[in-house]
Write a protein that binds this ligand. Structure first.
Ligand SMILES: Nc1ncnc2c1ncn2[C@@H]1O[C@H](COP(=O)(O)OP(=O)(O)OP(=O)(O)O)[C@@H](O)[C@H]1O
Length: 625
């Protein structure tokens, strides 16, 4: 229903919650105007008093008070309206931001971040004037205009008909132009969005731009987008100027018409000269309200354009709102487990691990490793892909084509395969960023589509290959997905992911800033921060996309500690690029062209699968512990 609502009603819906403030601001403005009107009268008493030799003090004080009070009231009215305008912009921004962050991944793949940014920053500001000053001006203009028209009608209905005839003809012309202003503003705003998108493209790859020496070329690209925004802006200016003169023109033409018709009526004795003069004065009195109405209508067009661009986002499908609240706190006994403590035995007995290739080792067989802050509530999750077919877009080939495999609860499963085989897509489908075309992705035997989305994602920790870090402090980044994490838990994951030396080195420890996108950290540190962040979430299923670029020894040890530290209590799926990861995995799933090629242990696959042998001897081969 929202989508079919006329835009002007949507616009009014932004103002509605603030109607009393708008009324208050409007009334203050009106009172200020009345105080202004009273000033000439009081000025007259000053002059009279001056001429009559009476005391000047009284009238002068009255005049002074009137001027000051009038100015204060007008300023207060303006402040109330401007403030309300800001509140309306704030509400619109909050709504839009909330919506954007809940857009499904495929929608955001399609949209440009720079353009989205401009909708929140630039389009919303267009609401400010139209929902406040323009609204008040429209009401004022209508009242004053109607009052004048009634008086003119009482004075001479014929001349009123002449005046209205002229006003309606010119007003009709203005109405034809108005939608053009709306369309031109929409295009101008779209051009501003495009400019934002091109600038974001350049700033997003800032170092590459510099290293490639393409500053001038990129400046040209962004400059072209800015030029387009200018061209559209000039179009808006042209149409606005045209409507601006229409108000004055209407009055002048009406004046001439009334003078002609009125003059003839005076000559024929049908009306008095004084009536004609009074009528003409009223006609001029209409100039201000008409100008106000035209200006408000012009601003309304800009507001409508903004609404259209904001609605484009709000009409897109959105994911359900996740319940807010920190993850449940970990039991203190586990959270404070000393370094090197052996975890409690394997959480899932072998029999509970489901069918499929059996895990090679249970967690109990592993060497003593540090514990993660706490075991996940609900125990490790199992995963099954059943004949999954998936493509990113209609016009693209299938990435998965009948993919089936099973990951028993509590096991460590490594996914390997040539580049582009669809490994990362397995994780994207598990997180339900996308939905399969055919088949099903099952978590704990339940179709991922049947899970409440927040619960499904809440049970997983996902470490992307390019490990995004957000601007803020190291601590902000760690507790991002687990705001309820205790200091002990944070310290524990820091130790487990071998981030301690980094924390000690940083001037403010955990509270040091990591820079925009974590630029103050090395690639390996960024990856370990991402792992620590995922662990603090106490996931039932840990999805690790090993970075191919960060293959240093510290990272490798950190990865091994993490996997060993959580195995058994948490199911681990890791897209493996290190031989050490696959050799210690319970099972290895080999993907090729979106299908399962083979599954088994390292030794089995080396024996049985040629592709795995090749992968193990080339791509995967890094170092072995
Ligand atoms: N968002 C996307 N939109 C369109 N196509 C995509 C998208 N993401 C991935 N693809 C395509 O899907 C295919 C599988 O990608 P995926 O990232 O799952 O491969 P991968 O096995 O993880 O590869 P790698 O080891 O190189 O990371 C690739 O051909 C890729 O180009």
């Amino acid at each position: 229903m929202e989508g079919t609502r006329p835009r002007w009603r949507i616009l009014l819906s932004y103002a509605r919650p603030h109607r009393w403030r708008l009324l208050g601001g409007g009334l203050l403005g009106f009172a200020g105007g009345v105080a202004g009107l009273a000033q000439p009268l009081v000025a007259k008493t000053v002059i009279d008093a001056f001429g009559g030799g009476q005391g000047l003090a009284g009238p002068l004080i009255t005049l002074g008070v009137l001027v000051v009070v009038g100015a204060v009231i007008s300023a207060a009215g303006m402040y109330v309206l401007e403030r309300t305008g800001q509140s309306i912009v704030l509400a619109a921004r909050r709504q839009l931001i909330g919506r954007m962050l809940r857009l499904p991944v495929p929608e955001v793949d399609r949209l440009k971040p720079g353009d989205l940014l401009s909708r929140v920053s630039s389009d919303t500001t267009l609401l400010q004037t139209v929902t406040t000053n323009s609204l008040v001006d429209t009401v004022n203009g209508l009242f004053i205009g109607l009052g004048a028209i009634i008086l003119m009608g009482i004075m001479d209905p014929v001349l009123l008909a002449v005046s209205l005839g002229v006003l309606v003809v010119i007003g009709g012309g203005v109405m034809v132009i108005m939608p053009k202003i709306s369309r031109a503003t929409e295009r101008a705003q779209a051009a501003v969005g495009e400019m934002g998108a091109t600038l974001e493209r350049a700033l997003g790859a800032f170092r590459t731009v510099k290293a490639s020496g393409i500053e001038a070329a990129e400046t040209e690209v962004v400059g072209k987008a800015a030029e387009e925004a200018w061209r559209r802006g000039v179009q808006v200016a042209g149409w606005t100027a045209l409507t601006g003169i229409a108000g004055g023109l209407a009055i002048q033409v009406a004046f001439l018409a009334v003078l002609g018709v009125g003059g003839a009526r005076v000559a024929s004795g049908a009306m008095e000269v004084s009536t004609l003069v009074a009528f003409l004065l009223y006609l001029f009195y209409l100039t201000e309200p008409i100008a106000q109405l035209v200006q408000a209508a012009t601003q309304l067009q800009a507001g409508l354009a903004a609404v259209a661009r904001m609605r484009e986002i709000e009409d897109l499908p959105a994911e359900p709102v996740a319940p807010v609240g920190p993850a449940p706190a970990a039991p203190a006994s586990v959270a404070s487990a000393p370094a090197g403590a052996v975890r409690p035995g394997p959480a899932a007995p072998a029999g509970a691990r489901g069918e499929g290739p059996g895990p090679r080792a249970t967690a109990g067989d592993r060497p003593a490793v540090p514990a993660v802050p706490a075991g996940p509530a609900g125990g490790p999750a199992s995963v099954r892909f059943e004949g999954v077919a998936f493509r990113y877009r209609e016009d693209r080939p299938r990435v998965h084509d009948g993919l089936s495999f099973e990951v028993p609860a509590g096991s460590v499963t490594a996914l390997v395969g040539p580049s582009g085989a669809g490994k990362s897509t397995v994780f994207a489908l598990l997180e339900r960023f996308y939905e399969p075309e055919e088949g099903a992705v099952l978590v704990d035997g339940r179709d991922a589509r049947d899970w409440p989305l927040a619960e499904l994602r809440g049970s997983m920790g996902y470490v992307e290959q390019d490990t995004p870090i957000l601007a803020g402090t190291l601590r902000d980044n760690l507790v991002l997905a687990a705001p309820g994490a205790t200091e002990d838990e944070v310290r524990e994951v820091v130790r487990l992911t071998r981030l301690e030396p980094l924390v000690e080195r940083l001037p403010d420890g955990l509270d040091s800033q990591v820079g925009h996108r974590g630029t103050a950290l090395s690639g390996g540190e960024r990856q370990r921060v991402a792992i620590a962040r995922a662990l603090l979430r106490r996931p039932r299923l840990l999805l690790l996309d090993e970075a191919t670029s960060q293959l240093d020894a510290v990272n490798e040890l950190a990865m091994r500690d993490v996997v060993e530290g959580v195995a058994g209590e948490t199911t681990v799926m890791v897209i493996a690029h290190r031989l050490s990861t696959v050799t210690s995995a319970d099972q290895i799933v080999v993907l090729e062209a979106g299908r399962l090629r083979a599954a088994g242990t390292h030794d089995e696959l080396v024996e049985l699968d040629a592709l795995y042998r090749t992968l193990a001897s080339t791509q995967l081969l890094v170092s072995q512990h």
